[in-house]
Every structure is written in structure tokens, then in C-alpha cells.
Design a protein. Structure first.
Lengths: 112, 461
């Protein structure tokens, strides 16, 4: 059993387990510590399968996800985290944006 | 960056590629020399007071000294192509009726000489003008045609009940009016540069395929100024950065009038290197190509030379050529790709070239100084041997609905919605006690400064 289980058919994404992060703070930190090449590769791989991923996750209730399904969700949340900068800027941070490394992010309600 | 050294601005700006540098690297046919003609000056860093946008007194001065003195784009010749065609143009409490008469274009105050009823409220076509109230009617040349029970007006002459005339003149397919009988001719108002530059782009052979207007809840100058600079791209239109030289836009001033040229098919200086194919996909994907062609199209591939501008130019040249039957083979890449936006003082923005064949008009909403009307027109080129379809009339649409809901505008609608997102909030912000005046930037917003310099010339008499 992998320490980063994924639903059947999505096992190839295990190579990106480093993006399986539980909090917005961790995802933001990782984005800004990455290289453009890294986030573009992750973006390409994830967007190529995004319709299948949505189809899989949308069929499941958010509460009580199995570990494999939750891991897939976490990767998808990381895709969301990086997609704006990949699509608009080709940088790891928003030009002239806030330096969010100094912002403490607190989850209010919800899980992720 | 925090700096108090003014030279830093100049150094930063000097490090960016200029529009001219892009144009000089373009292949044949070379861009017209007028695009390389620079005319700019440093207008300083003074602030513009907030009252400019909030004061009723300033609005009243604008009514008296600007709108009643300047030449104003009222409609297109092709809005009223046939004898009898009529269209009203309303501006700050005045209404002008544009008519195609047997003897050419005429403009009249759009008001009945009997009891002041407004005569024409929407585009129409008729052999004359008839008031809906008591039936007074006029010929297309403004002379009185009939007064019911004329016997009841002993001594009234035909001359005194003519429709009062307003000056009218045309330029490049656009019809201008002027309330001031002493104003200099339209050609003098437009000036040598605007007339000469626009010899390159014939808009008499263009069809206004769409003309959409909406009320925007802010002073007309706030609406206008959102389209006089490209500084806002990085925050308002970030999706466009891959394919547009935003902060190195070229700003030129020609007396009352001005222009900006944004090199397209090149990455923003805000970004690092962007692969040429990504530039092309960004510029033409999603909304870009569909704006032009209104349908799904296959995006072009960048050639071995890696030149995104050429790929986009070839694509637009072929696509627009196929759709319109116009031969663009002699037109430069710049005119097929770049944003070449002219501003004709005080409120008209025709875009040059063929890349974005549009025009904007901004005016106060009626007599209200806290709301305005913004209009977008699409001007599709028409082949010389083709029949020119009648222009689409202005259609005012629900301000609560997005511009993106107007299918005729294609991809331009969603971009306008990004601008409207700001303009729906700005009046309240400007009126806040916490705001004391505009801080226009030195280079990228200097054309806004030029507009205010010229506005002041009018308002100060």
C-alpha cells in the first residue's frame, strides 16, 4: 500500500504527492518555493485529466472521503492554487501582488 | 519598489522594449511611418482634484463650455444612408436630430417649435418630421411643412418656426455636430495629425456591425479615463499579459487629441520570457479569435522564426480577409496585430488599423454628472465592390446584464466587463472623505493628464 494512495486509474499522479497538502498555507508556500517549470509540469499533467478527476470527485460526498479520494482532492486544490499564475503570468507569484508569504492564512469553517 | 529618485522611473521605462523597436523588426510591408511618429511630453505629476468628478458646478461648466463648444461625434453617415433617414443624438439635456435630406446631411435641435415636445426619439425614416402632439410637421431641410389650423396663428411666419439648425460636418464616415455657430471648422478641430494619420484607415467603407450602449454609474470622465491608459492591464486584465506590451505602451499627443499604441503578440514586461506559441494561444485563444470571427477557429502555429506577431498577423489577415473579402496583403503586421487607439477630444475613441476595428464613445447620462453612457461599436471593413450594409443602430442594454451577454461583441464583451467591475465602484470611492484626488502616473497615464489639460482649456474659457 502506497503512503499516498489514489483512486484506481489515477495512480500515475502519485509522482506529485508533494502537492498533496492539507492547508491553503502549505499550498501557497509550495507554489512560491517552486520553479515555473515545476508548476507548469504539474499544471499540464493535472489539466490533462481534470474532467476525469471532476467526474470522480463530484460523485462523492465531501465529508468522510476515503484517503485515496481525499488525496486526489488535495492535488486538485493545488492545481487551483497554481493555475492563476500559470495561466496569466508564467511566474510563481502575481507580479506586483501581495507577498503572501507573510500572510497567515486561517481556515474559517470547512476542512481544507 | 519604494523610491524617491525620479530618474528611476525613466531608467525602468528605458529598459523595456519600445513599440518602435517591435515595429522596426517587423517584416514587409513596413508599418506606416505615422505609427513611428512620436509626440509626447512630460506633463508632470500634479494631482487632479476629486471635485472634477463630483462637482455639479463643474458639470454645469462642462455643459456650457465643453459640450456646447466642441465638435461631437453624433452618428455615422451610414446610420442615415438614405434620404429621409433620421437619428437623434442626446447630450447633456440637449437633443440633436441628424437627417439625411435631399441636399445632404442636416442637423437640427430635436424639439417642436410649437410647445417644445421632443420630436424624434429613435432612428426612423420618413419624408419629413412630424410632432406627435399637435401634428406640426417639417420638411427634411428644416422648413415648416404644415401647421394644423394655421389660421389660428395670425402673423406667424414660416421663417420663425423653422427647426433651429446645428452645425454638422463629417470625417471618415463619422458625423459630428457643434452647437457653437462660431466654432472653427471640424478639420481645424481635428488637426493636421489626426486627418493625416487616418488617411490610412478608411471607415467610410466599414459596416457598424454592432453598437451597444450601457449606463455606467460614474462620472463620464471616470469612464473615459479607464480607456485612456493601459496601466490597468496587470490588475484588471491579467489574462492578457502573455500577449500584450502593456506598461511599455506608446502614448502620443496631438494637440487636443491623442493616441496610444500597445504592441501585441509580445509578452508584458511584467513577465519573464514567454514561449512564442503561448503568446499566440493567449492572444487568439478563448476570446481573441472569436471576437474577430465569432466562431471556433484553429489557432495558428508559430513558424520556425518563433515570431508570434507574424503568426497572429497572418491569421488575422487571412481570417478577416476571408470574412470580409477585403485584401489585407498590403497592410503591415502592426496594423493587423497591435492596439492603435486614437482619442478624439472630448469623448470619441476610434481604433486605428484592422486588429481591433472598434470605436468607443462616452458621454454623461442625460444631465447626470454621476452616471455616464459607454458605447462600443464594431466597425467591420467592407470590400470596395461590396454593398455597404446599413449600420446597426445604437442599442441601449440593461446595465445589470454583462457586456459578455451581447453576442455581437464576441470576446470584447467579457473584457469590457472587467473594466465595468471597477467603474461600478469608482464613483463611491472618489466621493469618499478618504480620497482627495487622482494620482495619475507620469508615463502611462500622461494621456489622461493631456485630456485634463485640454479640458481645462475649454472650461477656463
Amino acid at each position: 500500500m502506497s503512503d499516498f494512495p489514489l483512486p484506481a486509474g489515477f495512480e500515475e499522479l502519485a509522482g506529485y504527492r508533494a502537492w498533496g497538502l492539507r492547508t491553503e498555507q502549505e499550498r501557497s508556500d509550495r507554489r512560491q518555493a517552486s520553479t515555473v517549470a515545476d508548476i507548469e509540469e504539474f499544471y499540464r499533467v493535472m489539466t490533462a485529466r481534470i474532467e476525469e478527476i471532476f467526474a470522480h470527485l463530484n460523485a462523492l460526498p465531501l465529508a468522510g472521503l476515503a484517503p485515496a479520494d481525499e488525496n486526489l482532492l488535495l492535488l486538485t486544490l493545488s492545481l487551483q492554487e497554481i493555475s492563476t499564475v500559470v495561466e496569466n503570468y508564467r511566474t510563481v507569484a502575481v507580479p506586483d501582488g501581495w507577498d503572501v508569504r507573510d500572510i497567515e492564512m486561517n481556515v474559517v469553517g470547512g476542512t481544507y | 519598489m519604494t523610491t524617491t529618485d525620479p530618474s528611476v522611473t525613466a531608467e525602468e521605462f528605458a529598459r523595456m522594449p519600445t513599440v518602435e523597436s517591435y515595429l522596426r523588426r517587423d517584416r514587409e510591408p513596413a508599418p506606416p511611418a505615422i505609427l513611428l511618429e512620436r509626440s509626447t511630453e512630460d506633463l508632470g505629476n500634479a494631482r487632479i482634484p476629486k471635485e472634477t468628478y463630483t462637482s455639479r458646478e463643474i458639470h454645469e461648466r462642462e455643459k456650457r463650455l465643453l459640450w456646447k463648444k466642441a465638435w461631437l461625434m453624433a452618428c455615422r453617415e451610414n446610420d442615415i444612408p438614405r434620404v429621409g433617414d433620421q437619428v437623434p443624438f442626446d447630450i447633456v439635456g440637449q437633443s440633436v436630430l441628424l437627417i439625411r435630406s435631399e441636399k445632404g446631411l442636416r442637423a437640427f435641435h430635436n424639439t417642436c417649435q410649437h410647445r417644445g415636445n421632443k420630436l424624434v426619439t429613435e432612428p426612423t425614416s420618413a419624408s419629413g418630421v412630424r410632432c406627435s402632439f399637435h401634428g406640426w410637421s417639417w420638411n427634411l431641410d428644416g422648413s415648416i411643412r404644415s401647421v394644423p389650423c394655421r389660421w389660428d396663428y395670425p402673423g406667424m411666419t414660416d421663417q420663425e418656426i423653422r427647426l433651429p439648425e446645428v452645425r454638422v460636418a463629417t470625417w471618415n464616415g463619422f458625423v459630428f455636430i457643434n452647437f457653437d455657430p462660431d466654432a472653427a471648422p471640424l478639420e481645424d478641430f481635428l488637426g493636421e495629425e489626426v486627418l493625416r494619420h487616418w488617411e490610412h484607415w478608411d471607415r467610410t467603407r466599414a459596416w457598424k456591425a454592432a453598437h451597444i450602449g450601457k449606463v455606467v454609474p460614474c462620472n463620464w470622465k471616470l469612464t473615459l479615463e479607464a480607456f485612456l491608459e493601459v496601466y490597468h492591464t496587470v490588475a484588471t486584465h491579467p489574462e492578457a499579459l502573455f500577449g500584450s506590451g502593456d506598461c511599455n505602451t506608446q502614448y502620443d499627443m496631438y494637440g487636443l487629441h491623442q493616441r496610444l499604441i500597445t504592441a501585441m503578440g509580445v509578452p508584458s514586461p511584467h513577465l519573464g520570457d514567454v514561449p512564442a506559441q503561448d503568446v499566440v494561444d493567449n492572444l487568439l485563444g478563448d476570446t481573441g479569435a472569436s471576437s474577430m470571427f465569432g466562431e471556433e477557429v484553429e489557432l495558428p502555429q508559430v513558424g520556425d522564426d518563433g515570431n508570434a506577431r507574424q503568426a497572429v498577423a497572418d491569421f488575422t489577415r487571412a481570417g478577416l480577409g476571408a470574412r470580409t473579402g477585403v485584401d489585407f496583403s498590403g497592410v503591415s503586421d502592426s496594423e493587423m496585430v497591435d492596439i492603435i487607439q486614437y482619442f478624439v477630444f472630448p469623448n470619441f475613441q476610434p481604433w486605428g488599423g484592422y486588429s481591433y476595428p472598434m470605436a468607443y464613445r462616452v458621454r454623461p447620462n442625460g444631465d447626470d454628472h454621476r452616471s455616464s453612457i459607454f458605447e462600443m461599436m464594431l466597425l467591420v471593413p467592407v470590400a470596395d465592390d461590396a454593398e455597404l450594409p446599413r449600420d446597426a443602430p445604437l442599442r441601449m442594454t440593461d446595465p445589470e446584464l454583462p457586456w459578455g451577454a451581447e453576442a455581437e461583441l464576441g470576446g470584447f464583451g467579457p473584457v469590457a466587463d472587467q473594466d465595468m467591475f471597477n467603474l461600478k465602484k469608482i464613483q463611491a470611492g472618489v466621493e469618499s472623505d478618504g480620497f482627495s484626488g487622482m494620482r495619475y502616473s507620469n508615463v502611462q497615464e500622461r494621456n489622461v493628464r493631456n485630456f485634463h489639460r485640454n479640458l481645462a482649456r475649454y472650461l477656463d474659457g
